[in-house]
Design a protein around this ligand. Structure first.
Ligand code: GDP
Length: 201
């Protein structure tokens, strides 16, 4: 898919105030610092569309970016950041979970995982929660330029093993580098195919 246009649409903390209409939405979520802003900028080929985190946990908003006037990238707040107070965390978890469970236009959640790390409890819990709520999601391993391909395979295998404890099959898996642009085509094609399937009913 060619990205001809990517523009900021709206930020808020209420799924009811998200854009009207029925354009498909694809949400991106992960722990703070996982590389979410960098990935959104890489996908859209813009330097500053999503704000890379100076202070993690600061921008706790649902951000909509309109792509090609046809679909939205939705940038969700990073979860599990320890410095956010518990009550603030509960509040943002509620508005994120409201968005994820109630937003009919949401077609897929990309769960970002730092490819350098061993499986993280909070990520596994979040993916299990998505599964229980029947929210379609895909796993996206970020920053793959930062490790060797054998280390990457090893970490991915560990995630797979953990996931298979709970699920019969794995969700789609992507590997990306915002440094090199690796994974861009595959991820955008995945979105394009869902958009086409929806359009053709
Ligand atoms: P966010 O908090 O999830 O939005 O993460 P950011 O996009 O702000 O990235 C966090 C840090 O990781 C920044 O210093 C980025 O430059 C770095 N980073 C993000 N993606 C990549 C990547 O693919 N490769 C490398 N080498 N660094 C990355």
């Amino acid at each position: 898919m060619k990205i001809k246009e990517a523009v900021f649409a709206i930020s808020n903390t209420d799924h009811k105030k998200c854009p009207d209409g029925n354009l498909p939405e694809y949400a991106f979520i992960g722990r703070s610092n996982v590389g979410k802003s960098s990935l959104i900028n890489m996908l859209t080929e813009q330097k500053k569309l999503a704000k890379t985190s100076g202070k993690p946990g600061k921008t706790q908003l649902i951000n909509h970016f309109l792509i090609n006037q046809e679909w939205y990238i939705v940038d969700l707040p990073g979860y599990g950041y320890a410095k956010v107070s518990k009550s603030a965390r509960e509040k943002f978890e509620k508005f994120i979970s409201d968005y994820l469970t109630k937003r009919e236009q949401l077609l897929n959640v990309f769960v970002l995982l730092d490819s350098r790390l061993e499986p993280q409890q909070i990520d596994l819990e979040f993916m299990n929660w998505c599964g229980q709520k029947e929210i379609p999601f895909a796993m996206v391993f970020t920053k793959i330029d930062k490790l060797s391909s054998s280390a990457l395979q090893k970490n991915m295998a560990k995630y797979k093993k953990e996931m298979m404890k709970y699920w019969e099959e794995l969700p789609p898996v992507f590997t990306t580098s915002s440094e090199s642009g690796f994974g861009r085509e595959k991820l955008l094609n995945y979105i394009e195919n869902i958009n086409l399937a929806v359009k053709n009913g």
